[in-house]
Design a protein. Structure first.
Length: 433
């Protein structure tokens, strides 16, 4: 037996050598007296060949293996015979001639076929068996891409001289206003799960000028759609000493940086921009206060067709439809200095220039029916000097969903939370587009 464990892809450089592998039995195929096993470890999948002429004991153990049994294997690395190379595997040109197999942990009989290349499961089944289905390469690959998206975001934010901050997810008030908040009994007092890291990242602008954070956000929206989650992951930036045009440039720079992880994304040097009113002119319909899912698809199709771009920036949404801290356009106060960015038919980020004047912020709160007394610490940051500032927030699960071509955002969350599920399913709720 080899002296130490070798990962599957490392075997490519060890042809003719004896090695030790550890992992899960992913798939078994019996061909006459030969047994072929696919072993899965964190690096990928590798084919094992068990021949009774080489080891009767290993053959006996292999014949009793079930999918997801945890095994340790010793054997010799061989080149695959001509015509049997699998170009879809990193280890597709080699196989292991097994000398011994040890079962480390037995798996119970599986409730579904984990050996299939395509799981092809209904979403409830996929999620009801989440700790198992996540093991499948088709599913786990989603979250390797998600990791790359986060890495690209962090790299881009650091390049822009942002300091990473870590903000609370419990707050004394609703950061966005409205009723879509989860109330928490906090030692006999009322507290809320944060709807976004917005207020906290703004408070850090006078400290670091430029900040970014990756945090959880919670929305108690009483609806079930293919594009919303009750708990999502946000990738936020906030910048001091910036104007609206600079913010649009920063938004698009971060979006382009994030999507480096998606090699298929079409991102031109100049991302197309439209005001909301211009967007409705292109859609050839009367202007509304916001874009519908259908509108987002139509505009994204236009951006791809006319500009070869998978990204499209939409700006100047109605002030009344944006959060209280959003700066109205000084030249046309009914519209705000706000923006969304669309990616392949879906809004993946939203943001704005913020009101940085203390008196204006209090006046806006009162007009919206918010009590400034509930925002004491937040307002403190503005009372003692806040520069012109703004930022944006990207939805990690939405980007992952579109980058991977998934049909439901729940597939882009390791353990999704919605109206019908917190790990376990509460009830069957119809999902609407």
């Amino acid at each position: 037996m080899g002296e130490m464990r070798v990962l599957s892809f490392e075997a490519n450089s060890k042809i003719g050598k004896e090695i030790q592998l550890q992992g899960w039995m992913h798939l078994r195929r019996d061909h006459g007296k030969l047994i072929f096993l696919d072993l899965r470890d964190r690096a990928g999948i590798i084919q094992l060949v068990v021949n009774p002429k080489t080891s009767e004991e290993a053959h006996k153990v292999a014949s009793e293996l079930r999918s997801e049994d945890v095994i340790e294997v010793a054997g010799t690395v061989k080149k695959r015979p001509a015509g049997t190379i699998n170009k879809d595997l990193k280890t597709g040109e080699i196989e292991i001639e097994v000398a011994s197999i040890k079962i480390i942990s037995k798996a119970a009989t599986l409730p579904l076929d984990m050996g299939a290349e395509d799981l092809n499961l209904e979403l409830p089944t996929l999620l009801d068996h989440r700790s198992l289905t996540l093991r499948h390469p088709q599913v786990s690959s989603i979250f390797k891409v998600q990791e790359a998206i986060v890495d690209s975001f962090r790299e881009t934010a650091k390049k822009l001289d942002c300091t990473e901050i870590f903000v609370p997810t419990l707050a004394s008030g609703a950061s966005e206003g409205g009723a879509d908040v989860f109330e928490v009994d906090y030692y006999g007092h009322k507290a809320y799960l944060t709807q976004s890291p917005q207020l906290y990242k703004q408070m850090l602008v006078p400290v670091f000028e430029r900040v970014y954070t990756i945090s959880k956000a919670y929305r108690a929206e009483p609806s079930v759609t293919t594009r919303h989650l009750s708990e999502n992951t946000q990738m936020d930036c906030e910048f001091g000493f910036v104007d609206f045009d600079q913010l649009l440039n920063l938004l698009e720079e971060v979006a382009s940086g994030i999507l480096k992880a998606d090699k298929t994304a079409k991102i031109p040097v100049k991302i197309p921009r439209l005001s909301l009113s211009e967007a409705f002119e292109i859609l050839k319909r009367e202007a509304q206060d916001d874009l519908s899912p259908k509108d987002e698809i139509g505009l994204s199709d236009w951006a791809l067709d006319k500009h070869g771009s998978d990204l499209l920036t939409i700006h100047r949404f109605p002030t009344k439809k944006r959060a209280f801290y959003t700066m109205p356009d000084p030249e046309e106060p009914k519209h705000s200095l706000s923006y969304d960015i669309l990616f392949r038919g879906l809004e993946i980020a939203s943001g704005s220039q913020r009101i940085n004047n203390y008196e204006q912020l209090i006046e806006t709160m009162e007009k919206r029916g918010l009590d400034p007394k509930n925002f004491g610490m937040y307002l403190q940051a503005f009372k003692y000097g806040m520069p012109p500032e703004g930022g944006f927030s990207f939805g990690l699960e939405r980007i992952t969903m579109k980058a991977m071509g998934l049909s439901n955002i729940r597939e882009a969350s390791l353990f999704p939370r919605d109206m019908e599920r917190v790990d376990e399913r509460f009830s069957k709720v119809e999902v609407k587009k």
